[in-house]
Write a protein that binds this ligand. Structure first.
Ligand code: PMV
Length: 343
């Protein structure tokens, strides 16, 4: 088998990369490469890893891609002895957390070879506020490397490479609905994103971003996942809940049944946050605006009969899902809402 790695052998991220890249990956390169990768929002969430180094999840998950929101990255090989990163217009210090995360990821590819990069990367979404900027960031970086060195890798393989930087990044290579299969293999070569229901675009579907706080979250998703899996008494129910929710959401997408889609999306997000809240110590990403807005959404549904649902990731901000026909009414209720057309 092309990618054979013995089962039950703990595989390192650098070994996986070696298997995926061509034999002499850095031999020839073009002057520079520029790529845009979109962000994605999970409707059925990934929360918990079966392998922390490879970002292999305990469950599958399903997302929707935000076509124009994401990361634009340019990369070229430099003649220095270190990487240089300009992030949102600012040259990063070599002790910066984000710089170190990028460098560590690039080291996996370099495998001790002395090749360094100038990287310019810009997000048009707030960084680290639960709006999946690390997903688009790692996806854009992998796309750039693929282009710069003419590796000609498929999206499936790029998805595996991006997962090693940030799990949710593996869903950022396609438009529309994407399912990340948890896979079974220890090396994770069967765990990547896949475009689903592409024959059924849903042009009326809208996603709205409600940003209360553009600041960095108090706890990164990796640490929060590890703590939840270790200490939450509710976590044992999570994998089965996700399995059932995936069945429901696939059916809802197939029939374009918006109410069913909204209900399962919101319920899944609530369950994930309840599971985190019952960790010890408790993990809480909500701020007062998060709670107030959820109540307002429930009120709009109940009293005004407006089908609108929310989902929340590892941050205080909310993403709302609704249909085009209700957009005006919803904008009246949430004047700061930034609407994204999904198809
Ligand atoms: O990929 P990470 O480590 O940024 O984790 C993403 C976690 C959630 O956004 C909460 C869920 C998801 O599936 O995107």
């Amino acid at each position: 088998m092309e990618y054979a790695v013995k089962a039950n052998e703990k595989t390192k991220a650098s070994e996986i990369i070696k298997k995926i890249l061509p034999e002499k990956p850095f031999e020839k390169f073009s002057e520079h490469a520029t790529c845009f990768a979109p962000s994605n929002i999970a409707l059925i969430k990934y929360w918990g890893k079966r392998n922390e180094e490879l970002n292999l999840p305990n469950t599958s998950s399903l997302s929707i891609t935000l076509p124009n929101k994401g990361t634009r990255t340019s990369i070229k090989v430099n003649k220095l002895n270190n990487d240089q990163v300009i992030f949102n217009g600012e040259l990063l210090d070599q002790n910066n957390k984000f710089y170190l995360r990028l460098k560590k990821y690039l080291d996996l590819f370099r495998d001790n070879k002395k090749i360094f990069f100038d990287i310019t990367t810009d997000n048009n979404i707030p960084t680290a506020a639960g709006l999946a900027s690390s997903a688009s960031g790692f996806a854009a970086l992998v796309m750039c490397l693929n282009q710069l060195f003419s590796w000609n890798l498929s999206n499936e393989r790029l998805s595996i490479l991006a997962r090693l930087g940030s799990g949710s990044a593996c869903r950022s290579f396609w438009p529309g609905f994407v399912e990340w299969s948890m896979g079974e293999r220890d090396d994770g070569l069967d765990s990547f994103g896949e475009l689903i229901f592409h024959e059924k675009p849903w042009p009326e579907l809208r996603l709205g971003l409600l940003i209360f706080s553009p600041h960095e979250k108090p706890m990164g998703s990796t640490e929060a996942m590890i703590n939840t899996v270790k200490t939450s008494k509710l976590y044992k129910h999570w994998p089965e809940k996700v399995k059932q929710d995936l069945i429901k959401i696939r059916k809802a997408i197939d029939k374009q049944d918006f109410i069913a889609l909204g209900e399962v999306t919101e319920q899944n997000s609530i369950a994930m946050h309840e599971t985190m809240l019952t960790s010890e110590p408790s993990i809480n990403y909500a701020i007062p605006e998060t709670v107030k807005t959820k109540e307002k959404i429930w009120e709009l549904r109940k009293t005004n009969n407006i089908p609108i649902y929310f989902t929340q990731d590892a941050g205080p901000n909310l993403k709302l899902i609704f249909l085009e026909q209700d957009e005006l009414e919803i904008k009246k209720a949430f004047p700061n809402l930034e609407t994204v057309n999904l198809f």
